[in-house]
Design a protein around this ligand. Structure first.
Ligand SMILES: [Zn+2]
Length: 130
């Protein structure tokens, strides 16, 4: 990166841009973009943006040839939303239904083949009978 660009985008106090600003890859290690948080299984969790990184880009028709990514404080980040107990119960119930054979009424222990529609034992019994 050119020295002039780095100087222009280097504003850790936010006096020029209103928010603390660093050139790409020069932000403090505890400040991450949303994408970087996601890679760690985290989300911003409603915190305000802690800063931004700016870099020159010719792609995406960036205004003024400058692109920005907001930064979030990893110490305030939360784990990615996981299913609530009710959602997990609903999912478990749906899976139980898909494992339960309509012919013999037992939980086969696996999701039934949509092709057969019954457990393998019942399918075998049909084959033997026919
Ligand atoms: Zn069965």
């Amino acid at each position: 990166m050119r020295r002039r660009t780095m100087a222009m985008f280097f504003d850790p106090a936010g006096t020029r841009y209103g928010v603390p600003t660093w050139p790409w890859r020069m932000a403090p290690p505890h400040l991450l973009t949303r994408r970087q948080l996601a890679a760690c299984g985290l989300r911003p969790g409603g915190q305000p943006i802690a800063g931004q990184v700016l870099w020159r880009s010719r792609r995406y028709n960036a205004p003024g040839g400058v692109r920005a990514a907001y930064l979030y404080d990893v110490r305030l980040a939360l784990p990615k939303r996981i299913a609530s107990p009710a959602q997990r119960a609903a999912l478990a119930k749906a899976l139980t239904v898909r494992r339960t054979c309509p012919e013999c009424g037992t939980d086969a222990g696996y999701v039934l083949s949509r092709h057969l529609g019954v457990c393998l034992e019942c399918a075998d019994a049909w084959e033997i009978a026919s």
